[in-house]
Design a protein around this ligand. Sequence first.
Ligand code: SF4
Length: 423
Amino acid sequence: MANYLIPLSNDDKEPETFEFPEKTRHQVPNFMTKFRCIGSDCLDTCCNGWNIFLDKKTHYAYKNSDDPEVSAVAKHSIKTLKSNRDAAAFSKMKLKKNGNCPLMTDCGLCKVHKNLGEEFLSKTCNTFPRRTIKAGDITYLTAMMACPEATRLCLEDEHAVQISDNPEDVLSHATNSKSLNVRKAPKFSDRSKQIQFMMLEIFGDHSLTLGEQFTAAHITLEKFKTHETPLELPQLTALSKSIKESCTQLRDALDPAQAAFFQFKTFNLVFFTEHTKWRENFKALIEKAKAGIHYQTNDGALAVGTYLAAKRDIFLPYDNDNRYLLSNFIKNELLGTLEIFIPGNPNAGDQLNEIAARVSAIRFLLICLSAHDYDGFGKQAYIDCISMVCRSIQHNPNVVAGISNYFSQKDSDLRVVNALLMS
Ligand code: SF4
């Protein structure tokens, strides 16, 4: 195990060494070493409602399969793509009217998995929700939170996203697949690793509000644009401390009532109006959120008042005791967007804003839900909200783009980030 230390929270001791591994490494958050698809036990299966693309090899394997069930589905339900076809996305599964994959049995099992074995699954099916990124000689494995089981494990405890510098056997246990899709990211320099260190340290510091954490992360990106040489550990920790202190100075200048109004105005448009066609189970969650804050289209003031009270009396007391839940989610998203850590990446700010957009949307719904089910409000609400928002947004990328545009308005980043995410 290399000396690659990342403090997880305020409670963790400061690292005494700051050395990065020289050789090829696989870095996997702890929860990914436990991930297994739970198949028919999954309450929001990825065999429903997704675009399921088949790679060329799988396409012909299904078409020519000796298994009568698989070949019958292949004959009627696999459509070769007419445009943008390549070996990775060669054809597409035509879903049933209810959105189910035609290969799914009534009890939720996959016919290919059941009759032929896991190794015959297409790359898409065999890979989801794993997200593998190769940055130079370091390979990262994280998960897309659109899978409720991956989300459950990611939120399991405070150490679930701690990165281990894993030996090969742990990686193969974690991936359990030979056909992972691997995305390439630019090689990590020591400065990239230091930005990563700073970011994970900032998002592990629960004395900051979420808004302050994102503000500090933006300032860190700016600072590292101008640092030419890697800093020593004492300089890094001093820099982190001063950035965090500067961010907390905004705290007293912000008004929670105004912030609640701004959050409500933003997400009322996103979730409560009829512009977007959501999936059925997400619609049900939105209805619960609306009921929680007594939402009525003609009385916004009542809803904002209930939202503010729910935030103060139910959501924040729980969230303050369980800051690791959203913190784990953010860290997983950061590790899945490694390009943020590349110094001078002109898109890093926008990529950070996209994560902030997802977090603020999730947090808004959680606050509404806390008012709906105030006795039972807890971790399960976070798991449901995170996985459903991530999955729904995957189908409606314009939604997250719209929210993150707020964050990206020049000169207003800090104000908007804080208004959407402040405590
Ligand atoms: S969403 Fe996750 S747990 Fe559910 S069926 Fe898909 S991979 Fe398995």
